[in-house]
Design a protein around this ligand. Sequence first.
Ligand SMILES: NC(=O)c1ccc[n+]([C@@H]2O[C@H](COP(=O)([O-])OP(=O)(O)OC[C@H]3O[C@@H](n4cnc5c(N)ncnc54)[C@H](O)[C@@H]3O)[C@@H](O)[C@H]2O)c1
Length: 417
Amino acid sequence: MITRRTFLETAGVAAATSSMLRAGNSPVRVAVIGTGGRGSDLIRALTTIDGVELIAVCDDYPPHLEQGAKYAGPEAKTFVDYRKLLDELKPQAVVIAVPLYMHYQVAADCLSAGCDVFLEKTMCYTVAEAKKLTVQVTASKRVFQVGLQRRANAIYKQAQAMVAAGMIGQVVSIKSQWHRNNSWRRPVPVPKSDADWPRLERKLNWRLYKAYSQGLMAELGSHQMDVANWFLGGHPKRVIASGGIEYFRDGREVYDNISCLYEYELNGVNGKPYTVRVNYTSLCNNAYEGAAELVMGTKGSLYLTSAKGLLFQEKGTDVVSWEGNKDQPAADANAAIVTAGKTLKLSNDPWAHRGAPFEIDIAEGNDTRDELVAFVDCVRRQDAKTICDVNVGLADCATILMANQSVEAGGWISFPA
Ligand SMILES: NC(=O)c1ccc[n+]([C@@H]2O[C@H](COP(=O)([O-])OP(=O)(O)OC[C@H]3O[C@@H](n4cnc5c(N)ncnc54)[C@H](O)[C@@H]3O)[C@@H](O)[C@H]2O)c1
């Protein structure tokens, strides 16, 4: 029986990230490159972190630069060209939130300039770029973190510790999704007749075009597939996926829905290999299930979102075991008992095996701020062990890109060598 006390003790609660900023240290000089939607969120979070001096913001789109400058405050200089920023100010750390197709080049230039780097997810547009960046980061010994903020979220950290401690038994399946009802299309601030409309439209709606974007898998799936990689302690072996543009037939090139089936090969009880299947879907036209992961184990399930985590214990785990042991019959032996109606009632009720939920009631945090606090702390200590390092970023990048490849190829795709 799991009580609140035992699960906290067993799993070891990872409390909200502590900044560990010590008084008397000189501030970390940080610049932000890309001040659109996400860059603005990151700037606002940075301005609340002790020991951060936001020295500059950079964007090549004037309205976004203006917005970034407003959030950053009057002390921050503004730049249109990030290379000029690097040359002139030599920031200690940079936070990069440019469109995906530029991630590699901007990050590589910042590392070459000697900066520590926080790079938004997905790490790179291609696996080849992600591999090159991994080599560069490793050789440079710079502090490097990818912006997969669930790694900083207290609920996910707690849940991962619970899985690692065996509290939901053997993980047998993960079901996750990011469903929204939103076209992703941004309005263009000039009339369609304006000569600049085509350029501006692609600049603002870069997410919709394959030359700049890897679509739903990179923009949304990267978060959930990182959770799967993290919780399962590795990366998938192969994937088969199907996707298309079925609803928003508005000139976009990236899918408006995708369904993936990933297979992970793990070592199970007694080291025997077994397969965990992860079903992932992303939709742009129905928000019913939102963004969540359901991690299912032989003893329970964890339902996770950024704001709430629930543990459902399986009913009947006292008698049902995966492979059996001296105290418990094996699953097939148990099936005989079940069909004889002795211990469990077969039921069509979808909630029959869902015990009462147990909430992971960790005080609410802000995982975007927490991931930046963790990054700045590593920068201060020059500790390369960030909460989401380049190898995590590489695995995440390869994991999501193989799904897009599968859609295009129409078959199973293996994780790249
Ligand atoms: N972690 C998260 O939850 C999260 C959320 C949203 C976006 N993101 C990621 O953040 C990145 C940016 O997404 P966004 O929604 O902010 O896009 P955006 O279009 O709103 O912002 C990108 C900005 O980069 C600027 N830019 C482009 N080229 C530039 C250059 N050469 N120099 C300087 N600036 C340049 C653009 O003008 C734009 O302002 C993407 O990789 C996205 O996946 C992460």
